[in-house]
Unconditional design. Sequence first.
Length: 209
Amino acid sequence: MSVAPIRVLVVEDHSVVRQGIVSILSQEADITVIAEAQDGLEAVELHAVQQPDLTLMDLRMPNLDGVDAIAKIRAQTPSANIIILTTYDTDEDIYRGLHAGARGYILKDTTAPELINAIRTVHGGQRYIPPEVALKLADRIDGTALTDRELEVLQFLSKGNSNQDIAGHLSISEGTVKFHINNIFSKLGVSDRTQAVITALKRGLARLD
């Protein structure tokens, strides 16, 4: 008796990359691509209609990013199987993606056999997290998490804002800004603003865009 193929939705905003992924998957007898999405919004809509067995999800996309798309899909379909396939490997990206409900996290420089193995593994009911990704996730969980306000302050720091600027943007006093900055230094294990920004960018806690 033949087994029905794994029905996959591929979500990727770069058409050349998306076509490459589809080409790899089309060579497998037990996998079939049933739909392709160019951004998170389209992914949510297609998932609701197509109900794929598994979704390959990029992280950084226009209109709606991967993490938010995963959260919306999981809210509609709690049993949805989603694997993040991305170039981003900071501990914050990994944490947010898996926290949103992804069952796997692999990087785009992976091999075709590993991608296929990940799909089969997650479809079989298990998680798929490579050792290097698991290590970064452990570092993120073990570290003292920044509060939402501290993350806001850190984002302004990364853009070169002064304490006075940050206070104005957030409608808080400069004394409160200094308090948050001291907490940020302590939690990140740094001693100045430059080190804080460098660490934040490496870990994906802040972005320059």
